[in-house]
Design a protein around this ligand. Structure first.
Ligand code: FEO
Length: 391
């Protein structure tokens, strides 16, 4: 991909990574991703905002082939998918200075081996004139690292946001428009990366509320030409109470737990609860994370492996707690062959979850009428509590 004009004097560059299918060796990327950088030219200075993942450094350097001078490289966030080609850019432009937040400077030295002498700290809300264009730096810690900052281009009313508002979406579209795929990718990204920091995100949304914004230019995914769509969505995701949704991530080895899940799903639906069973052997964990943004209840379904939950349920339970969703209620159901403590261990993995634990339902072998009655009682508990969600 060549450099593309966002508007006169402001260009997109970087890379669309169509083929990447895993991020952090953890997060599935069904739609690939992009690493966006931006070139902003003033009358006196040229700034490069972010770079690209080191696997795409050659792409970035080729895009800069006819750019004679870069005065400043703004490292908004030190994670390598954005900063990882900074040293290569500095080698090409020996006069360029790195601008970063106070917390970012030592991290750039440690993570990127860039000498501290080449890095200038910019203060929160400080500005830099490029000549006819003014950059304002807005500290935004904990989206999802402590050193991150946004950059606001005043005259053009563009807010560059690095990870914030991003989406793992490889697309040839420079602008998001009103394409629904963009919002589902952005929600998934929020769930995977931003949700544990919802309280900080809320503050950042307030901090940028006073800025007139025509474009939001993140460093993953397309540029938002209707900024209110993504800002309003973020407001809903961080502020709205959970919805009448019960997620049931589960594994079944010999069919007992699957029968229990089927029964519980039917019982919840009968009671007006939107139940979502997720077989963890085939579920994309990013979709589960995305569902967690709105869910009020999670019920883990697990057989017993040795004395604990199935390892795939262990992973789901750990991840659920780590993502800090708005869940209000949780439970564990499942089966065992000869004994064990699967329910207690699954609950222990979610110790940090601020949810009310409802009665677990476990059976040795196949579920029977007593098991189904206990699942009906659990469905009653969940449905009764969901009635009060808006209050
Ligand atoms: Fe896209 Fe936190 O890096």
């Amino acid at each position: 991909m060549k450099r593309r004009e966002v508007q006169p004097g402001v260009e997109w560059l970087g890379a669309v990574d169509w083929d990447r299918r895993l991020f952090d060796e953890l997060i599935p990327l069904p739609d690939g991703t992009s690493y966006n950088a931006y070139l902003v030219r003033g009358e006196d200075k040229t700034a490069l905002i972010d770079t690209a993942d080191p696997t795409k450094r050659e792409t970035l350097l080729a895009q800069l082939a006819d750019v004679p001078r870069i005065d400043v490289v703004i490292v908004q966030h030190v994670e390598q998918d954005h900063s990882g080609s900074t040293a290569d850019v500095l080698a090409r432009y020996p006069e360029a200075r790195v601008l970063a937040s106070e917390k970012a400077k030592p991290m750039i030295v440690d993570h990127l081996a860039i000498p501290a002498e080449r890095i200038d700290i910019v203060a929160d809300r400080s500005t830099l004139s490029l000549g006819g264009r003014t950059l304002e730096f807005v500290y935004s810690p904990w989206v999802h690292w402590p050193e991150t900052m946004l950059t606001y281009l005043r005259e053009d009313r563009i807010l560059f946001t690095c990870d914030l508002f991003g989406s793992h979406l490889a697309t040839a579209n420079l602008l998001a428009g009103d394409h629904p795929r963009v919002m589902s990718a952005a929600k998934r990204y929020y769930a995977e990366i931003m949700m544990p920091f919802a309280s900080m995100i809320r503050k950042h949304l307030d901090a940028i509320a006073g800025l007139p914004i025509d474009l939001i230019a993140p460093s993953h995914g397309p540029i938002y030409d209707q900024p209110s769509r993504i800002v309003d969505a973020y407001r809903r995701w961080v502020n709205d109470p959970p919805k009448n949704v019960a997620l049931i991530p589960y594994v079944s080895m010999h069919g007992s737990t699957a029968k229990m899940v089927d029964h519980l799903v039917a019982a919840l639906v009968e009671r007006g609860v939107h139940a979502v069973p997720l077989n963890l052997t085939v579920t994309d964990i990013g979709e589960y994370a995305s569902d967690l943004v709105d869910a009020a209840t999670v019920v883990f379904g697990t057989p017993t492996v040795l004395v604990g939950p199935h390892p795939k349920v262990v992973f789901a339970a750990y991840l659920t707690a780590a993502l800090r969703p708005k869940l209000r209620h949780a439970a564990v159901i499942g089966s065992y062959g000869w004994g064990g403590k699967a329910a207690e261990q699954a609950q222990g993995l979610c110790a940090s979850l601020k949810a009310e634990w409802l009665d677990s339902v476990f059976v040795r072998g196949m579920p029977d009428s007593k098991t189904f009655a206990a699942l009906d009682a659990l469905a009653d508990q969940i449905a009764g509590r969901h009635l009060k969600l808006e209050s």
